[in-house]
Design a protein around this ligand. Structure first.
Ligand SMILES: [Zn+2]
Length: 281
């Protein structure tokens, strides 16, 4: 359930519960000119890690992108690359100044009225890779961003739950499927946008699924039929590729790596990344 997130830390609990992932607020613009990225193809580190699939693509993204800051950024925030510019205090609503606090190393938004310092930390996204009869369950997104594209059931981990509980909950909410977690499969950090994905291998407890409100369809795909050109996020592309690579040579392993999204690219530009520091155990 990777729904659009507004990242308003001061919002109500209910509202926050409904906030979901959206790269857009982290980017000022969208690069639709892959030619400028072409040189990176020759040094794709993922190619070296995974052998047969490249981290980068020279093709243009044909899907509409929703990462325009004008449509996704709350007015209180202004995208400044990897971080947002917070203009108002999340505690009292007062205006902020942007300075490096004493003893700190990074510029923060500091309230000019109450002095509260706004610290921003990465978000954990949890989800399940469910295999059943040599097929994988995917959900077609019924929401933006990446409307109409396929994803593993996943979403933000909530306060008060464990990572596995969050992954199971998201699977239930998005796919109407009850599952049990088998093992961790991949942790994929995306430093540019402050997200860390933790995807678990899981199995149905009952072989039933149906799309939740944020999915228009749920379907089991044979490994050879994964719709790679219609996936929603780079993290999903990498997760599925890693899984299939593992299956081809034996059984799934655990993977850790960094997804370095190209600045200026949005979530639908799923090939616009380099995959670094890939550890496979
Ligand atoms: Zn304040």
């Amino acid at each position: 359930m990777l729904r659009s997130i507004q990242l308003i830390e001061s919002c109500s609990g209910f509202f926050f519960h409904r906030l979901k992932l959206h790269y857009g607020i982290s980017f000022i613009s969208i690069s639709g000119k892959p030619s400028s990225r072409t040189p990176m193809l020759t040094v794709s580190r993922l190619s070296r890690c995974l052998g047969q699939f490249r981290a980068s693509s020279i093709r243009s993204e044909s899907k509409p992108d929703t990462t325009s800051s004008s449509t996704s950024s709350p007015s209180a925030f202004k995208s400044i690359g990897a971080t947002r510019k917070i203009n108002f205090c999340q505690l009292c609503g007062g205006p902020t100044k942007h300075e490096i606090p004493d003893g700190d190393e990074k510029e923060r938004a500091i309230c000019t009225l109450c002095g509260k310092i706004a610290y921003e930390n990465p978000k954990m996204v949890v989800g399940c890779l469910i295999e059943h009869d040599n097929k994988i369950l995917l959900c077609k997104r019924n929401i933006q961003p990446s409307y109409g594209l396929w994803t593993l059931p996943a979403g933000y981990m909530e306060i008060g739950e464990s990572a596995t509980e969050g992954a199971i909950r998201e699977t239930w909410e998005e796919a109407g499927a009850k599952v049990k977690v088998i093992s961790p499969f991949a942790q994929l950090d995306i430093p540019l946008i402050g997200h860390s994905y933790l995807i678990f291998l899981a199995k149905f407890t009952t072989p039933h699924f149906s799309p939740g409100p944020e999915s228009s369809e749920c379907r089991l795909f044979a490994l050879d039929d994964i719709p790679y050109e219609s996936l929603s996020f780079s993290s999903m592309l990498i997760t599925l590729k890693l899984y299939i690579e593992d299956i081809k040579v034996g059984k799934p392993k655990f993977h850790y790596g960094l997804i370095n999204k190209w600045p200026g690219t949005g979530p639908s530009a799923i090939h616009a990344y380099d995959f670094d520091y890939h550890l496979r155990t």
